[in-house]
Design a protein around this ligand. Structure first.
Ligand SMILES: Nc1ncnc2c1ncn2[C@@H]1O[C@H](COP(=O)(O)OP(=O)(O)O)[C@@H](O)[C@H]1O
Ligand SMILES: [Mg+2]
Length: 372
């Protein structure tokens, strides 16, 4: 899979950009704050419809304009066109081959894996970041999951409305049972998909990590569905087992939910752990161990997507060369030579050897423009 062409209009600091991408190696070079990461952000949006850093979509529109446009020509077997339009007042539109479509249909047409210096927060940061990671990665390769997640979220909103009304004595609790059953059914399916993904990604991460740590350390990814935090346990992620745990937890928190007026449990409270030699890397890992674990996890994502879709995703590397030690640098350079399409940003071409520079298309960026 690859992106052949990228066009931007009034996106971040780009008034207009049009580039043909190299099928293998692309280096975007420039000083700080010139617009390198903005290009990766736009490509990431084409895969996921979401930014990895904007808190509001509006902030991605060129600051004096009302609209912003991203267009990518994506090669899978045939070439197809993906398009995102942001409008200050009407929000976001997405198009597949010029026809407006929904995220559930759009996502999955193009897959990426992103490496950034902020990846460390996948381990160090709050559970919400890890849940986002799970949802984005599974959604990229699994349409059933995208639909499931959407349905679960709708159910959660409805159930929250009902709980709120009950807590304010506007409605009695006779309808609650129906919403409980739906929450349990959809939520359990979400949990089972996530557990399956963590199992596969965990195996791949362990292999990658073994190489990165010269076999000295063992990385295990461990899924922590919400009911574990509530003191319930699980032996296998079968539908029967998961629904049972879900139901028990829901019963246990019922009085509290009725009082507070919103849902307290469900996969919106899940988490997963990075264990290095059986210890939680978030609490006990050194910065170096955390970096290695997260890199192993990203590399594993490449293989995971390949195994789920049959194609390698496009690799986006944001400014990751500068802070790597020798062994990790070597690994990344091997990755760059692996003939998977890669788009990498850097402030300094001296990070790369001549072979790599020879093979790459190099784009020099200054204030939102390509300079020759
Ligand atoms: N909506 C926007 N409109 C215009 N310029 C923007 C907008 N959002 C960000 N920028 C500009 O983009 C630049 C940062 O781009 P970025 O890609 O993060 O730089 P870097 O090259 O360091 O990766 C800054 O100069 C910032 O002012
Ligand atoms: Mg940057």
């Amino acid at each position: 899979m690859r992106i052949n062409q990228l066009s931007l209009r009034n996106f971040r600091n780009y008034r207009q950009l049009n580039i043909q991408l190299n099928p293998y190696l692309n280096i975007i070079v420039g000083n700080n704050a010139q617009g390198k990461t903005n290009i990766l952000e736009s490509i990431y949006l084409l895969a996921t419809t979401k930014s990895f850093r904007a808190s509001k979509e509006e902030e991605m529109i060129y600051h004096t304009e009302a609209n912003s446009l991203i267009v990518g020509k994506i090669q899978r077997e045939a070439e197809h066109t993906l398009e995102i339009i942001f409008n200050k007042s009407s929000g976001k539109k997405i198009k597949y081959n010029s026809k407006e479509t929904t995220p559930a249909k759009f996502i999955g047409a193009f897959n990426v894996v992103l490496f950034t210096p902020e990846d460390l927060y996948l381990i160090k940061g709050p559970p919400s970041g890890r849940r986002r990671f799970l949802d984005i990665e599974i959604s990229q390769v699994d349409k059933v999951y995208r639909d499931l997640l959407g349905d679960y979220q709708k159910t959660l909103v409805q159930r929250n409305n009902l709980l709120k009304n009950i807590s304010l004595n506007r409605q009695d609790s006779s309808l609650l049972e129906i919403w409980d059953e739906q929450l349990i059914e959809l939520g359990s399916k979400v949990i089972i998909k996530r557990a399956e993904m963590i199992r596969k990604l965990g195996l791949l991460s362990r292999l990658m990590h073994r190489k990165l740590s010269n076999g000295l350390e063992e990385l295990v990814l461990k899924y922590q569905p919400f009911f574990i935090q509530q003191g319930f346990n699980i032996t296998e992620y079968s539908y029967q087992e998961v629904t049972k745990q879900f139901r028990q937890t829901l019963l246990a928190v019922r009085p509290m939910e009725l009082k507070r007026g919103y849902s307290l449990v469900g996969p919106q409270r899940d988490d997963f752990l990075f264990l290095i030699n059986q210890l939680d890397a978030k609490l006990f890992g050194s910065q170096g161990q955390q970096r290695t674990a997260v890199l192993a996890c990203r590399l594993a994502e490449l293989e995971y997507m390949k195994s789920e879709t049959g194609k390698y995703p496009v690799i986006l590397l944001d400014d990751v060369m500068s802070e790597l030690d020798q062994s990790r640098k070597k690994f990344l350079l091997e990755l760059l030579q692996s003939r998977v399409q890669t788009i990498i940003t850097t402030t300094n071409l001296s990070d790369f050897n001549d072979d790599i520079l020879q093979a790459a298309s190099i784009f020099t960026i200054e204030s939102g423009k390509i300079i020759e």
